[in-house]
Design a protein around this ligand. Structure first.
Ligand code: OGA
Ligand code: NI
Length: 349
């Protein structure tokens, strides 16, 4: 049997019965699925964000960002048809024959539009149980010609979805900014010529889900994530030291705060820790939209949130520096490397 580049083909064509050894986590780092709890996570109705009760919604968003960094949103303004089309076309893409999918395969993290597997196969010790298609989305005209054109309507549908998801992300970033007592456009101003990209994640079913992860525990290192997922459970959030399984609700999004907002808020808001587990029966599809700063954007705690009592927790850096650390260190938490206390030798410029 030749070695497969993509996990889907190893699972569905080779019909493996055991998790290969390179996917098995050490004993102390396994999911312990029996310990997972089922608490609800906050659901925030965004309808009132556009009306006289805006202040009330802002308050709910602020609370969720302080508590755990996650919430779900309803009445988010992304039409159901756009969501359904995006899910359908993603499924169709992953159902293409192996040789067709391999045309867009690459293991080079410097290549932004690519189908790959796990996280970074070039430097990780243990692999993760997923394939993913990375799609840079903004500015769209710079990237759309690199996107797959099979299925035939892929580009049109994904472009429509990412414009809608971007509108929602922007609205939420403004609300988060306001909830911190900053100008509504404070955060967006700091981001410079911002970026947006999506990952189309495909987690095949797995014969031994207690040995491996779709994605191990991590925070998203961007600004904010708008996650669309299908009806198959798999996402888990860390809350008060316990893993909480998210029950998917159709036509809602999971929102999580990313590392950059944790830094700008001077640690007041949490970049939510999450992970993905897999299951024996069903494949799972998820589509996170990530909103990120320009590589040359200078990120640091907002001056209005730094006081004598609450000095700056993080040093300033360019987003390019942060992003480089993530790709060289893997999914490990990078935030701590930018703590002021870990940078006492750092000379401010
Ligand atoms: C991610 C991620 C969650 C999911 O891609 O960073 O956390 O449910 N995805 O797939
Ligand atoms: Ni994530």
């Amino acid at each position: 049997m030749s070695k497969r580049l993509l996990l889907k083909d190893m699972v569905s064509t080779d019909k493996i019965e055991h998790v290969p050894s390179n996917y098995i986590r050490p004993l102390t780092q396994r999911p312990n699925l029996q310990d997972v709890v089922h608490d609800p996570i906050p659901v925030i109705d965004l309808q009132d964000l556009r009306g006289p009760n805006r202040g009330h919604v802002i308050e709910q968003i602020g609370r969720a960002c302080r508590d755990d960094g996650f919430f779900q949103v309803t009445n988010h303004g992304v039409p159901e048809a756009i969501i359904a089309n995006m899910m359908r076309i993603t499924r169709e893409f992953f159902e293409l024959p192996e040789e067709e999918r391999l045309k867009v395969y690459s293991d080079d993290p410097a290549k932004v539009t690519r189908l790959s597997t796990s996280f970074n196969v070039r430097n990780e010790k243990v692999a993760s149980w997923r394939d993913f298609l990375g799609l840079p989305c903004y500015p769209l005209e710079d990237y759309i010609h690199e996107w797959p054109n099979n299925p035939a309507s892929f580009r049109d549908i994904a472009a429509e979805y990412c414009k809608s998801a971007r509108g929602l992300a922007l609205e939420l970033i403004e609300a988060v900014s306001e909830s911190l007592g900053l100008d509504k456009d404070y955060i967006t101003r700091q981001l410079g010529k911002h970026g947006q990209h999506m990952a189309l994640n495909y987690y095949p079913s797995c014969p031994q889900p207690d040995l491996t992860y779709g994605l191990p525990a991590h925070t998203d290192h961007y600004v904010l994530t708008v996650l669309l997922h299908d009806e198959v459970p798999g996402l888990q959030l860390l809350k008060d030291g316990k893993w909480v399984a998210v029950r998917p609700i159709p036509n809602t999004f999971i929102i999580n705060i990313g590392d950059q907002i944790q830094v700008m808020s001077n640690g007041k808001y949490k970049s939510g820790t999450h992970r993905v587990v897999v299951n024996c029966d069903k494949e799972r599809i998820s589509i996170p939209t990530f909103y990120s700063p320009s590589p040359d954007a200078v990120i640091g705690p907002a001056p209005q949130l730094v006081t004598d009592d609450e000095p700056a927790m993080y040093r300033q850096y360019t987003y390019g520096e942060y992003d480089g650390k993530v790709w060289s260190n893997g999914l490990e938490k990078c935030l701590d490397m930018f703590l002021v206390e870990n940078n006492s030798n750092h000379v401010a410029v």
